[in-house]
Design a protein around this ligand. Sequence first.
Ligand code: C2E
Ligand code: CA
Ligand code: CA
Ligand code: CA
Length: 280
Amino acid sequence: AKTDGKSTWRCYQDEMHEAMLSRLEMRSALVEAVPGDQMRLRFQPIVDLPTGSVIGLEALVRWQHPARGLLGPNEFIELSEENGSVVAIGGWVLREALLTFVGWHESPIGHRLRYVSVNVSARQFRTPGFVDQVRDVLQETGARPEWLLLEITESLVLHDAEQVWQDLRELRAMGVRIAIDDFGTGYSSLSYLSQMPVDVLKIDKSFIDDILHSGQQMALVETIVSLARTLDLDVVAEGIELDGHRQALVDMGCPYGQGYLFSRPATVDEIGQWLVAYPA
Ligand code: C2E
Ligand code: CA
Ligand code: CA
Ligand code: CA
């Protein structure tokens, strides 16, 4: 038993060591990711729930790591926030998403798309010159500001309010729309929310998961939807996996949604095929 304990411990130490090395390796590799052309985008359709028509796409980043394969954002975005590489990655995502969207918008199948949604990390948003960067990229890609929805987090709007709010107002004055992502997982107060310079609330998947089994969750989502209506904000429910979810959301008057029920995040080519096959 003694030796067992010892080898378990050594094994644990090895794992810790491995995890540390891996984080160190990932950090330095992340800096090379954009110059090395290793970032990729996937797109997930956003639909008008009552009619089923596709109205937009959310761009979701992936990292084609030279040794580890295709990594999802949960495996590297936090690290990239820590070492600052998220600024380069986010800049790449913005440009690539708009370039792709402009291409679709000019094609007959993509013409019904109204906008592309792009996630912006807090650190990226706070980097001086972010608003100018958005303006420049719009001009360079030929995208209209109305075609861009920027998704930010609740905490960004709560902290650091002065400069952030000013930047948000400037973006909205340009015609760019702003969404609060993962709404409900942070700590927005009601009085704050009514003044925030934003256009859209995205209800986090964790709220949608249980609506069919919990009357309480259902009531909570209904409350968010009616709150949004009161404040004249659009609402997008994320993580719709079942037709029951969709039906329940339609019944409570939630206008928009996205989730595996409609499509998983997909490559440009796959989305092209999906759009051809998708009736609405
Ligand atoms: P998010 O913005 O909340 O994006 C939605 C996530 O839920 C995506 O995961 C998407 O693939 C997943 N999802 C969508 N529908 C369903 C569904 O029906 N069921 C399930 N189980 N999952 C669904 P993904 O692509 O792994 O992205 C994770 C998070 O990484 C995103 O959460 C977002 O916060 C962040 N992220 C993604 N792309 C970027 C980016 O370009 N920049 C920054 N800063 N963050 C990003
Ligand atoms: Ca998002
Ligand atoms: Ca979200
Ligand atoms: Ca989420």
